[in-house]
Design a protein around this ligand. Structure first.
Ligand SMILES: *Cc1c(COP(=O)(O)O)cnc(C)c1O
Length: 374
């Protein structure tokens, strides 16, 4: 009898699955703590905006028996009104992670490749690889995506370039000029995905709005998500927007009914009253950075802080050791070795009391690892 492994394509055999963190109660038991501050996933600690909250609280359990809108009709209408584009130009997924897969399925066939950075959101690379496509990973230049090197890596089999703007985890972003020059260089030869998961955190007029770029560059599609600024990560809603022709092709590969009945109206409601929420979240992030960055300087820690609700910090010893020590103090950060930043951690920016707790814990941990107990 043949083995199961013989049934498996080589690119799946070679692929290593991602291991998600265990549930909080398990982790709290393991580390002997009675609380856990999650600073590992760039979630918005303020929670969803008031209108979205009201929708979630009013959700009636009997609606669970009924399938949701298969194409997120009402949410797409809300997006259409918000961005002044035809509803057919939006395709909503179970988080933007799902639409990454839909775009790759729509454009890539055997022998094709995608191009992105070596140190960015890893899902582009993972989906390409477990789908059997080459991911060309271009090194960051000065913590940022390198437009010229990405263009130089293109060939006739390049179908998609993924640009994370601002980049997770470095927070760097291309301004309008760099983006325009890059898009002129691509010259329509491939799809350009601009992942704007953190765009609502940027308050700078030089930041290029992908929603506007796609009107002049027909090969541009934009990813946005309700997981970060809108604090609906648990409901899994993200979307792609582009020219109708492009989105029509992507829709062919996209799972219908993948966005649940609570997520759809919560996301639509979140869009309706977001100004105060965005301002409050930006303020929270600014205050957190104002506390932490001088403290990192004082501790002699190197860090990378640009746009977004996160900061990367270099650790003097292994990031997993720092992680375990912080966990024993009820603080969960993201280790970055697996993301090609050996001995760095990424920390989400949340309310000041928690940031103070993190800083206190970090000081203690650094004291311990330096052998000088504080
Ligand atoms: C968090 C994040 C996403 C969001 O993924 P969802 O599936 O929508 O939760 C997308 N892109 C980047 C760069 C992210 O950091």
């Amino acid at each position: 009898m043949p083995s199961i492994a013989e049934l498996v394509p080589e690119h799946i055999r070679a692929f290593e699955a991602y291991t998600p963190s265990r549930p909080d109660p398990d982790l709290m038991r393991q580390y002997g703590v009675d609380h856990l501050h999650r600073l590992n996933n760039n979630e918005n600690a303020l929670g969803p905006p008031p209108n979205a909250r009201a929708v979630i609280e009013a959700f009636e359990s009997r609606r669970s028996a009924i399938y949701p809108s298969g194409d997120c009709y009402t949410l797409r209408t809300a997006l259409s009104e918000r961005f002044g584009k035809d509803p057919e130009r939006f395709l909503v997924g179970n988080g933007s992670c799902e639409v990454i897969a839909s775009v790759i399925k729509a454009f890539c066939e055997k022998g094709d490749n995608i191009i992105t950075a070596d140190k960015t959101f890893a899902v582009y690379e993972w989906v390409a690889e477990f789908s059997g496509f080459e991911a060309r990973l271009i090194p960051l230049n000065n913590w940022a995506f390198d437009p010229d090197a990405m263009l130089a890596a293109m060939d006739s089999r390049t179908k998609i370039l993924f640009v994370c703007n601002p980049n997770n985890p470095t927070g760097t972003w291309w301004d309008r000029d760099v983006m325009e020059r890059f898009l002129r260089g691509v010259a329509g030869r491939a799809i350009v995905v601009i992942d704007e998961a953190y765009c609502e955190y940027v308050d700078d007029e030089r930041f290029p709005d992908g929603m506007e770029l796609m009107e002049r560059h027909k090969n541009v599609v934009v990813f946005r998500t309700f997981s970060k600024m809108y604090a609906l990560a648990g409901l899994r809603v993200g979307y792609v927007c582009g020219q109708k022709e492009v989105v029509d092709y992507i829709r062919r590969t996209h799972i219908v009914y993948s966005v649940n009945s609570m997520g759809q109206p919560a996301a639509a409601a979140a869009l309706k009253d977001d100004a105060g929420h965005i301002a409050a979240t930006r303020l929270m992030v600014a205050e957190a950075k104002a506390l932490l960055l001088p403290a990192f300087d004082e501790l002699g820690l190197k860090y990378v802080s640009n746009a977004g609700n996160f900061v990367m910090v270099e650790t003097p010893v292994s990031d997993s050791l720092i992680y375990r020590h912080l966990m024993r103090r009820g603080i969960m950060v993201r280790t970055m070795t697996g993301f090609r930043f050996p001995n760095w951690i990424r920390v989400s920016m949340v309310q000041l009391p928690v940031m103070q707790e993190f800083l206190q814990a970090l000081r203690e941990v650094l004291g311990i690892v330096a052998g000088t107990r504080t």
